[in-house]
Write a protein that binds this ligand. Sequence first.
Ligand SMILES: O=C(O)C(=O)[C@H]1CC[C@@H](C(=O)O)C1
Ligand SMILES: [Zn+2]
Length: 331
Amino acid sequence: MCEEKQWNSTQLRRYDLELEQIPRLYYTDPKIDELISLNKPVVITGSNIIKTAKANWTPEYLEQNIGNAGHTVMLSKTHKFKYFDESKVLNKNNPHGIEFTPPTRKTKMKIGEFMRKLREWKPGNDRLYLQQPLNNTIGDLLVRDFINFDWEYINNKQSKHNWGPLTSNLILISQEGNVTPCHYDEQQNFFGQAYGYKRCILFPPSDFECLYPHPVYHPHDRQSMVDFDKPDYTRFPRFKFAKGYETVVEPGDVLYIPIYWWHHIESLMRGGPTISVNFWYKVGPTSLEYPLKDHQKVSITRNVEKMLLEVLQDPKEVGPLLRSMVLGRYT
Ligand SMILES: O=C(O)C(=O)[C@H]1CC[C@@H](C(=O)O)C1
Ligand SMILES: [Zn+2]
């Protein structure tokens, strides 16, 4: 029987994109391993991976049990929470950074204040997004829930696909309507949805040329320069060729976001707060087998950019040098 859908398409933001569906497979389906081994996204349904989070992690439960430490909360004047790397911003102890106006502000907030601000939120107020690594600040009941995730299933996937070590888990409590704009990470990711609904739009690493990542030295390294709400087709003409895949994850779902795949994640509008927990894995030992995979080529472009910036010093010299090297010779 098909369950009553808990959301409708008016809760999704509208973008000028063609989007196919990401496959949703029951957790025992062997096709899941086929897709993961091909570095392709898949929604794993019906599993116990984050069963205890699905069962327990409501906003009220977290308010009672996440712990009384100050947790990391991002604040934004808009619905977008575009990540930036603070170590790349010019400031008194970072002379090599660049001039940059952060679009969000990071603060520490106790859960009670965070939830109160969420309840009292009015248009015009800063939006809030709690993004806290699961560490020793977390209360005992959440630690118990975390220990009771289905680690046998998770660890089996990690070893079968030669992922590196689990580096961190973020617990994410988002206000309805918040957006994490399109970016890629250099880690494999099991993205678990515990409460509420999130729409995830993914693009393959081969869409690099359509999504125009900021230069590697920029604080928004790995983030797309394209504003999905208002794409600038003059600056980013190939954005119209981006071919995305989407899904709306529901409580209990785990979305595999393959390393180097672009992802844009939004909490449904008018859907209330959402709660997610992700699992980031370093890449495992990789041998260069030919033909190289698309994500390996992205990694190579990053190394070339870093080397050229190191030796040229001035970012404005990178374009002309690459153009003179490539035009008429490699094109
Ligand atoms: O898990 C990842 O890779 C992310 O980008 C997380 C950072 C914000 C999260 C979100 O759901 O908005 C997703
Ligand atoms: Zn990410």
